[in-house]
Design a protein. Structure first.
Length: 64
């Protein structure tokens, strides 16, 4: 399996691990469409958003 490598990879992984998990909060007045569709629009820092999704999608997504 291919692996992504870059010069500061180990440091970047440690930094990402220190970012706390965030709770996703639904904003009903901004919702649209079918509730069961499974679509989400997340506003915020990409690392915090990905960490918030991790408990729900760990091992289920190959690449974002």
């Amino acid at each position: 399996m291919p692996i992504l490598n870059w010069l500061t990879r180990d440091e970047d992984i440690r930094t990402a691990q220190r970012v706390p998990y965030r709770l996703l909060e639904e904003v009903p007045e901004l919702s649209a469409g079918d509730v069961g569709a499974g679509n989400m629009l997340i506003e915020g820092d990409n690392l915090e958003a990905l960490k918030a999704l991790l408990p729900f999608y760990a091992g289920r997504v190959k690449c974002i």
